[in-house]
Design a protein around this ligand. Structure first.
Ligand SMILES: Nc1nc2c(ncn2[C@@H]2O[C@H](COP(=O)(O)OP(=O)(O)OP(=O)(O)O)[C@@H](O)[C@H]2O)c(=O)[nH]1
Ligand SMILES: [Mg+2]
Length: 472
């Protein structure tokens, strides 16, 4: 088995070294991150594993603080010696335990490693202290790979940094953001390491392939989870007796329970998605709180939201009118038999599958109504979940802010693929047993599995639309 590549992650204090590592190894809990300088006090190591075997050993190091004084000291130490001999002499000497104790930890580790990743906060101008840092690192005679971190910020001195790095013969550098990494930045980093560590190139190639594969697997698992949620939501159906319908308090309670059941399914799906991406429970929220606390009608299920969504579904004013009417009977977003029949006049019933009709008619005769979710709600939910997927894809493991996905209707760009997706969910409407109760297994019906797979594929197509890849 190949020997793991040892990489020291070095740089000025507070530039995001620990954060970068969290993102590269996808471990939200690695080390301590804080906006105070001097947070990491000791070398701390973490492995990037491939198939259970260590591929890279990353070593997080304390921040370099007083580079001006250290460089001066190194120059005085042994004027005739080569730079790396001076560094070794420094590490053997008393100051490595005293004034420059922190810096000594960094350089000692770097000398043991195959290469360094030099993390830069590119919001900072290239001050002399940073140039001294580069000189000290170069003196260690190890390949140095600069990473321009904080690259997504409004202020950037990236070009000045590139010019300075080139002046020190550091010709490759990667733009990164530990909180919101660019698509492909991680791959670029390993490719550039391959330039610096030629003999390790096959190993780095394996790592890239493995990371690509893991990314695909994550996307596949995530789209399956969302697809299963949407199929389940489309399958949701509750029979309501005429007596319950006639009693306003009873009817309101039934509607509330129906919405709560959906909210619980969405919340469970969000937690599963966070686990797939290696984030902590609670790191993201699809704005369902309002649904649970009675403001349901105020946002996702507002008449306006549904009208917007129905326009985007391409069904136009007729459904808009139907939705308005439903809002009037305080069922916004939900269908009762009567409202579904109204939907039939504008094509809604056809899209929900003719197979439902005999049962509906039978229920009609018995006076039983059935509560289901409108297509417009499914569209809005699909839109929110696709936006959540895009946000999780782009999120670094150093990010601390919660991902909040508003329960907005689908946007223009979502239309084509999500429209088809929602139409295809009609097949689930006839199978109330396809609803998934959180904590229990989904129905193993092969037709459900096939619909989930088709829906997942459509979601992956929708999530690839550039518009949807913007942060929510
Ligand atoms: N927006 C943004 N914030 C970042 C980025 N990288 C780090 N941060 C933030 O910057 C601060 C410092 O990050 P750390 O990872 O602790 O920095 P460090 O270099 O390990 O710091 P020391 O251990 O003190 O030397 C934290 O508040 C991070 O959340 C980034 O790429 N973008
Ligand atoms: Mg740190």
């Amino acid at each position: 088995m190949a020997i793991p590549i040892d990489i020291a992650v070095v740089g000025h204090t507070n530039v995001g070294k620990t954060s970068l590592l969290r993102t590269l190894v996808r471990q939200r809990d690695f080390g301590v991150v804080s906006d105070r300088p001097g947070t990491t006090r000791h070398v701390e190591s973490i492995e990037l594993k491939i198939d259970g075997a260590s591929a890279v050993r990353y070593h997080d190091t304390p921040g370099l603080e007083d580079s001006a004084a250290l460089l001066q000291y190194l120059k005085m130490l042994a004027p005739e010696a080569t730079p790396v001999e001076r560094v070794r002499a420094f590490l053997r000497g008393p100051e490595a335990q005293a004034a420059f104790e922190q810096e000594a930890k960094v350089l000692r580790k770097l000398l043991e490693c195959d290469a360094a990743i030099y993390v830069i906060d590119c919001r900072e101008a290239v001050l002399p202290k940073y140039r001294y840092e580069i000189e000290i690192l170069s003196a260690c005679a190890k390949p140095v790979m600069p990473v321009l971190n904080f690259s997504q910020g409004a202020v950037s001195h990236a070009q000045a940094w590139r010019d300075t790095l080139t002046a020190y013969h550091l010709h490759t550098c990667v733009q990164f953001d530990a909180v919101a990494p660019f698509m492909g930045a991680e791959r670029q980093l390993y490719e550039d390491l391959g330039v610096l560590l030629r003999e390790r190139r096959p190993q780095l190639q394996d790592i890239m392939e493995h990371l690509d594969w893991q990314g695909l697997e994550r996307r596949r698992a995530a789209s399956q989870l969302v697809a299963s949620l949407l199929v389940s939501a489309a399958a949701m159906r509750r029979a309501i007796s005429p007596a319950d319908l006639a009693e306003p308090a009873r009817k309101a309670a039934l509607l509330r329970h129906f919405k709560k059941d959906l909210a619980a399914q969405v919340a469970a799906c969000v937690q599963d998605l966070l686990a797939v991406y290696g984030f902590r429970a609670g790191d993201a929220e699809v704005d369902l709180a309002p649904w649970a606390d009675g403001r349901w009608e105020a946002d996702l299920f507002s008449a306006q939201t549904l009208k917007d969504a129905s326009q985007k579904l391409g069904t136009g004013a007729a459904v808009g009118a139907a939705v308005g009417l439903m809002a009037d009977v305080a069922l916004a977003g939900l269908s009762l038999g009567a409202a579904t029949a109204l939907g039939a006049a504008v094509g809604g019933l056809a899209s929900q599958g003719w197979s439902q009709v005999p049962r509906k008619i039978a229920n009609r005769v018995r006076g039983i109504e059935e509560l289901t979710l409108e297509n417009e709600v499914l569209l809005a939910l699909a839109g929110s979940m696709v936006r959540l997927l895009a946000a999780l894809e782009q999120r670094g493991h150093a990010a601390w802010a919660k991902v909040q996905v508003a329960s907005a209707p689908a946007e223009e760009g979502d239309n084509a693929s999500l429209h088809g997706l929602v139409a295809s969910l009609a097949a689930a409407r006839s199978y109330s047993q396809w609803e998934m109760v959180p904590g229990s297994q989904a129905s193993a019906d092969a037709r459900r599995t096939a619909l989930v797979e088709r829906t997942a594929q459509r979601l992956r197509t929708a999530a690839e639309q550039p518009k949807l890849l913007q942060e929510t």
